[in-house]
Ligand binder design. Structure first.
Ligand code: SF4
Length: 446
């Protein structure tokens, strides 16, 4: 029997597919990437915005049309928020809310009478790797959030915080590494709150990963800029911990942060940024800013523009505020006119781009370790490019005359220039490596 897994939305949804794939394979259920061959289809939905919820509905219908014979299992945030609506959609066979999604394989076993004894329980490292990217894997470390930011529906959809045990996480990392993965990304809803429910914390988890695995590169997905201990950035003295963090500030104005019920003031945020840069000078901080939150004045906008400059964000995602039914912010007075929102979003984008250009130019001349991903692209008759990320998460390319497959190799390089047309770094290898370890000529490209 074969299962086709797909997800919308965040990296957490992606990481959950990987965990289920590993568990399902122990029930003699093979993973397929061909939907027409699937006996079961699993969709992990998203509902962070009304648009995301609409896309989830659309995807359910599309998957059923693509393979009406397959059993369609739907889970994720859209299910947790609109269970009845999902139940009414044609083709949906089994619905699993976020509350029960960690037992999804067992629930399918019960619903579809699969054989009881898992086949491969005794051979942990034989688990096939379900990973859309063989270089990097997302690891779910916790779920849920204790906070109630007024614009956020995720905290409602995903419920209270639950953390996986450190041992469970270490086992998954070892399995992934034995399958060839070089980089892991620790992900969750409130990553900074990891361990609060099991008497441990994010700091201890990172120490355990550094001491009890030898995975070469460790990253964090988005981390709320609070609940981090004062000595947190000392961890980055270990070169296996990549010096980049995505810390969503959402606004530079303390008045707006208050009406968002965010747990971090702009001064506290800047203190975090300074601590990170005291530890590693070119520590890359990226962030999110919401444009046009209810009640936002021109002065509040100016404070958001200022903090992008002050924090020197390597990249800033600008989101135009959209009302999300079911959140407190949707009921706030002084909702901003759509045209004004658009205008402010444009201003923030321009500022973010100007600041990003500076952070890329500051990388020129630096020595970096790039983990190359995927096959090289052919640029023209005589040039190919391989892409990858620096330790501090700037995307870079290496140009070559031959189509050499560098995927999943970590190579020491020097940044030769910042290509501001495509906002990437151009690098060259520190040493001549073409003879030693290159896999020559990917035929299908010639
Ligand atoms: S901390 Fe994050 S997940 Fe939690 S309520 Fe706020 S925005 Fe949502």
């Amino acid at each position: 029997m074969q299962v086709y897994l797909t997800a919308l939305g965040c990296r957490l949804n992606e990481a959950e597919l990987q965990t289920w794939a590993a568990e399902l394979s122990q029930y003699e259920i093979a993973i397929t990437t061909a939907i027409d061959k699937a006996d079961f289809i699993i969709l992990n939905t998203c509902a962070v915005t009304s648009e995301a919820a609409r896309k989830s509905r659309q995807t359910i219908r599309k998957l059923h049309r693509q393979n009406p014979a397959a059993r369609l299992v739907v889970t994720g945030c859209y299910v947790s928020l609109e269970q009845d609506e999902v139940a009414d959609i044609l083709g949906v066979d089994l619905i699993v809310s976020n509350q029960h999604k960690s037992q999804l394989p067992e629930l399918m076993k019960a619903a579809y009478n699969w054989p009881s004894m898992p086949k491969q329980a005794e051979e942990p490292d034989s688990t096939p790797l379900f990973n859309r990217n063989r270089e990097r894997a997302f690891i779910k470390i916790q779920d849920g959030c204790r906070y109630r930011c007024t614009y956020c529906i995720v905290t409602i959809a995903r419920g209270e915080e639950t953390s996986r045990s450190i041992e469970d996480i270490l086992n998954e990392i070892r399995q992934l590494q034995s399958a060839g993965v070089k980089e892991i990304v620790l992900t969750g809803v409130h990553v900074g709150g990891y361990g609060a429910d099991i008497d441990t914390c994010l700091y201890d988890l990172v120490v355990a990963i550094l001491q009890q695995t030898d995975i070469p590169r460790i990253r964090f997905a988005s981390v709320e800029p609070w609940d981090l201990p004062d000595n947190f950035f000392e961890l980055f003295a270990n070169k296996r911990l990549m010096p980049h963090m995505h810390l969503p500030i959402q606004s530079g104005s303390d008045a707006i942060l208050r009406s968002m019920s965010r747990r971090c003031k702009s001064t506290e945020f800047m203190r975090l940024v300074d601590r990170a840069r005291d530890q590693i000078a070119d520590f890359n901080i990226t962030s999110d800013i919401i444009a046009g939150f209810p009640g936002e004045s021109e002065n509040d906008l100016q404070m958001s523009l200022n903090i992008i400059e002050k924090a020197q964000f390597g990249h800033t995602h600008i989101f135009t505020y959209s009302r999300r039914e079911g959140t407190k912010a949707a009921r706030l007075p002084n909702q901003i006119d759509e045209q004004i929102k658009k205008q402010r979003s444009k201003q923030l984008h321009e500022k973010a781009l100007a600041v990003k250009k500076v952070s890329l130019e500051n990388m020129v001349g630096k020595n970096v370790e790039i983990l190359f991903e995927g096959k090289p692209d052919r640029i023209d008759e005589n040039r190919y490019r391989s892409y990858g990320y620096t330790e501090n998460y700037h995307k870079a390319y290496l140009e070559m005359e031959n189509a050499i497959d560098l995927s999943n190799q970590i190579i020491s390089c020097k940044v030769t220039s910042a290509d501001l047309n495509i906002m990437l770094l151009s690098v060259e290898p520190m040493e001549d490596w073409s003879d030693k370890n290159a896999r020559l000529m990917v035929n299908q490209l010639d």
